[in-house]
Design a protein around this ligand. Structure first.
Ligand code: ADQ
Length: 547
């Protein structure tokens, strides 16, 4: 573990604020989506810099607005200027018509336009240029998500020496899916320029390592506990799993406010004694909204006694509406809602309430509190923060969470939630029926457990554990620095930035943090490390071709 002496520089496609131009002038809005929500909550009161696109094409009116937005924050904001063409080919194109569907296991939705790749490289260089102007050697550059996978490579070329980390907020696909990408090798190589590469779940991390093994045979992989080390051409990267969390305390605290309780009571009054099922999503085809609606329809068909006694409130926030796949999705969802309502509505009861807008935090919390069942059924999702927010806001412990096995939140919350396959409409319908008939005691004990998990694995812990995995410069650059990996065992992390996200953290005595990358050593000098009990030293292929 390296002590980060300088600042943390967060880099993401979007800043936490978005500049929107309206007929009446330019306005600042909060960015929506999971990344901005989590990072902004985790970074509250922490110093540093956040670099990203401010959501408007460049002109001189942006900077004063950003300075104003930074006044209410502990960190400064720096914008990266993107042109209309960049936005079309980098953001809508490469990021959201190639990487997003591919990494969510939906290759048939990809549009592998070669022009997108050229712009993606160019825009990553633009981000890197702003980071290079900002970062000093002691700083830690933390790059977020699939939009910016090439940034470290550009920064290294520009001679930037700061430590760099990358966190992928979305899933990483298996080799059979990833290898469809025409630019697979350059992307993998560019990722290995980061010192730490983090994933939401073990499955994502293991997919990444399998892709390295298949597509870059010269890479050396060493499996340690809790992290792995991979090496290529004299560089080493720590590869770890860091499941993201939410600011539990803030959600819990806000959900307790009397005005939220009153708003929740109002919502409940509208549905009378019905079981209130809640879905909250960005309108995205990965979130499984049509499948959820079909499962709800099946419930009403299969269990006629539920008619008039259960209501689904589906809230969607408009998203990426300029991309054709998303336009079709909106039509599909709205058609299904009207078909279900047409088939089942009775005087005094409408089965699906459909809300197509961004809810304010108060309204969102009121829905979370009012709901009896949180229905979170993405077809594939890095984590899914809605599942965690629902638990944090359930202060009365009366709600049941149904969550997809294909969301990162599934494995993490499986001890208290009902886990479903979102493609199995029959299973989801049965889960809804079971949740609606669960006893109050069972609901309470499940929700109590869920809330404890979400509280323990909060966003601050996520940040801390990622920063703790940052190796020192010597450790990643190979050569004589290798011995210091063993020195990590049992070390107490000093007054570093990591510890400012919570109490001082002690590195687990049983794990060496990361084990030594064997490829950098000759067999004679290669030390043996005390690995976790299930881990074994496994060198697949060394850079020196030893194995
Ligand atoms: P997202 O795909 O954006 O995030 P998610 O994690 O569910 O997905 O976060 C959505 C956020 O938007 C939540 O904070 C939710 O409260 C908010 N939201 C959704 N609908 C809303 C509405 N109608 N009104 C107001 N707010 C709404 C990506 C990955 C996820 C990963 C996160 C964080 O796709 O898998 O969990 O990053 O890493």
């Amino acid at each position: 573990m390296n002590e980060i002496k300088g600042r943390v520089i967060n880099v993401s496609n979007r800043l936490p604020v978005l500049i929107r131009r309206h007929a009446s002038g330019t306005r600042l809005e909060r960015s929506s989506g999971g990344l901005a929500t989590a990072l902004e909550a985790g970074w509250r009161d922490q110093p540093g810099v956040w670099i990203g696109w401010a959501g408007a094409t460049p002109d001189e009116s942006i900077e004063p607005l950003l300075v104003r937005a930074a006044r209410r924050r502990s960190y400064t904001l720096r914008s990266v200027a993107l042109t209309e063409e960049d936005i079309a080919k980098f953001y809508s194109g490469f990021a959201n018509e190639i990487i997003w569907p591919l990494f969510h296991d939906m290759p048939s939705r990809c549009n592998f336009d070669p022009e997108y790749w050229a712009t993606y490289q160019n825009v990553n260089r633009k981000f890197a240029a702003v980071v290079a102007e900002t970062a000093q050697e002691d700083d830690f550059v933390w790059v977020h998500d699939y939009h910016l996978m090439l940034t470290a490579a550009s920064l290294r070329q520009a001679g930037v020496r700061a430590n760099m980390g990358f966190f992928l907020h979305i899933p990483f696909p298996s080799p059979d899916i990833f290898e469809k990408l025409p630019w697979k090798q350059p992307i993998l190589k560019a990722l290995l320029e980061f010192d730490v590469i983090g994933f939401q779940g073990d499955r994502d991390r293991s997919n990444f390592v399998s892709c390295l093994e298949r597509l870059l045979p010269e890479v050396a992989v060493e499996r340690g506990t809790p992290h792995l080390l991979v090496g290529l051409a004299g560089r080493r990267s720590v590869v770890g799993t860091f499941p993201i969390g939410i600011d539990f305390e803030a959600f819990e605290h806000d959900a307790e406010r009397p005005e939220i309780a009153a708003h929740a009571a109002e919502i409940r009054k509208r549905v009378a004694d019905d079981v209130l099922v809640l879905g909250v999503d960005r309108l995205d085809y990965t979130k499984g909204i049509p499948e959820r609606l079909k499962s709800f329809r099946l419930l009403l068909r299969r269990f006629p006694e539920m008619r008039g006694h259960i209501t689904l409130v589906q809230v969607v926030v408009p998203s990426r509406e300029e991309i054709p796949n998303y336009k079709h999705l909106r039509r599909e969802v709205e058609l299904l809602v009207s078909q279900i309502n047409g088939e089942f509505t009775e005087p005094g009861w409408v089965p699906v309430h459909y809300i197509h807008r961004n809810l304010g935090r108060e309204e969102l919390l009121a829905y979370y509190r009012a709901a009896d069942i949180g229905l979170v059924t993405p077809l594939k999702d890095g984590m899914n923060l809605v599942a965690k927010e629902f638990c944090a806001a359930q202060i009365d412990e009366r709600g049941v969470l149904i969550v997809s096995e294909f969301a990162g939140a599934g494995p993490e919350l499986r001890s208290g939630a009902i886990i479903v396959n979102p493609n199995d409409f029959s299973q989801v319908a049965q889960a809804l029926y079971d949740a609606a008939h669960m006893t109050a005691e069972e609901k309470r004990s499940r929700m109590r457990l869920l809330r404890q998990i979400v509280k323990d694995h909060n966003v601050h812990r996520w940040i801390r554990s990622f920063l703790q995995a940052v190796p020192s410069s010597d450790q990643v650059k190979g050569g004589s620095g290798s011995a210091s990996w063993s020195e990590l065992d049992g070390a107490t992390v000093g007054p570093s930035i990591a510890s400012s996200f919570g109490s001082v953290v002690r590195v687990d005595q049983k794990m060496p943090g990361v084990a030594l990358l064997a490829s950098a050593l000759t067999p004679r000098t290669r030390p043996r490390y005390a690995m976790g009990k299930d881990a074994k030293l496994h060198v697949l292929r060394s850079a020196a071709g030893e194995d």
